[in-house]
Design a protein. Structure first.
Length: 169
């Protein structure tokens, strides 16, 4: 199995709409309600979902589209001096549980450290999302702690577990 990241293509957006359309597509920890893809398509047309504060690459396994990775600018102080990237992943249901997510996150960390000045990359996940916790740790992230009531999803607030990877010299 060869996992790779590549720029998002217009057809990928159509497949994301199909795969992530309802609560069963993204899974219980990534369903935030129906969201129009108009903004995403506009950003793709303007900058191919790269070189901004919100970015995306497609994930492939053996050249087949299987999901996407995203990264967002976050700050622990003033954004001009204390910014980092927070990453997220969404795999199509049929491709979860095969190690693709771990490898895709590892590839994204390597990409961001090679092509941005980030010192820190972080990922958050629901305390019940054991698979993502394992994937994050296997991808090189270290557990930092619990952020209480940080995410609104499914009609209630949810804690998030915070993990980070730091640039090595």
């Amino acid at each position: 199995m060869t996992v790779a990241l590549r720029p998002v293509r217009a057809g990928d957006l159509d497949q994301f709409d199909v795969e992530f359309a309802g609560p069963h597509g993204p899974g219980p920890y990534q369903w935030f309600g129906h969201t129009p893809s108009v903004r995403l398509r506009r950003l793709h047309q303007e900058r191919e979902l790269l070189a901004g504060d919100e970015n995306m690459l497609s994930v492939t396994s053996d050249a087949t589209l299987v999901g996407r990775v995203e990264w967002f600018r976050k700050a622990w102080g003033r954004v001009d001096t204390s910014a980092c990237w927070e990453i997220a992943i969404g795999l199509f249901a049929a491709h979860r549980g095969h190690g693709i997510g771990t490898e895709a996150q590892r590839l994204l960390v390597d990409y961001l450290f090679a092509h941005t000045r980030a010192e820190r990359i972080q990922v958050t996940t629901d305390p019940d999302n054991i698979a993502e916790q394992r994937a994050a740790e296997k991808a090189g992230f270290s557990f930092e702690g619990r952020v209480r009531r940080a995410q609104w999803r499914a009609g209630t607030w949810h804690d998030q577990l915070l993990y980070s990877a730091l640039r090595t010299l």
